[in-house]
Write a protein that binds this ligand. Structure first.
Ligand code: HEC
Length: 135
């Protein structure tokens, strides 16, 4: 028997979710709108990013500019789905975690902050952010 693996199987990667959550690809334009949305994404509460039209942006988290070159698609997907899997103390919300949430009201049980399609949309947008913020 030949036991030779050319590369580790996908499930061996625990710092990434390499499989898309939806069959239809993400839409970067919708994703950008979600990131800037103060009711849904809330990303700019903590993160600054390349949003010249947004006056108030956060400074608690890394600049989103350049995120698409610092991380690959699977790594970014995991950070959106559940960043606490990488850093249990992270203040970043888990946008698509369904298990392990106690203390949520019955109306929200089993619901996620963003839908699977919205995660893929935000991800598509983040992947366009190839350039680091000017210093
Ligand atoms: C309450 C604050 C908060 C919110 C809201 C938040 N984040 Fe984060 N995010 C963080 C912090 C802090 C980190 C740094 C790593 C850590 O502590 O988990 C981070 C890390 C990241 C990273 C990796 C950054 C890097 O380059 O190292 C990405 C990408 C990211 N967030 C995207 C988003 C997106 C997109 C949203 C909205 C859908 C969002 N975050 C909402 C706080 C936040």
């Amino acid at each position: 028997m030949l036991l030779l693996l050319a590369s580790p199987p996908a499930w061996a990667q625990d710092d990434a979710i390499s499989t898309p959550l939806t069959a239809s690809p993400g839409d970067a334009t919708r994703g950008r709108a979600l990131v800037a949305d103060r009711q849904r994404g809330l990303c700019l509460l903590c993160h600054p990013g390349p949003f010249p039209e947004e006056r108030f942006q956060g400074n608690l988290a890394p600049d989103l500019a350049g995120a698409g070159s610092r991380w690959n698609e699977g790594q970014l997907r995991l950070r959106l789905v559940d960043s606490k899997r990488l850093n249990p103390d992270s203040i970043m919300p888990s946008y698509y975690r369904t298990e392990g949430l106690n203390r949520v009201g019955p109306a929200f049980r089993g619901r996620t902050v963003l839908s699977a399609q919205e995660i893929e949309d935000v991800l598509a947008y983040l992947l366009t952010l190839r350039e680091e913020a000017p210093r």
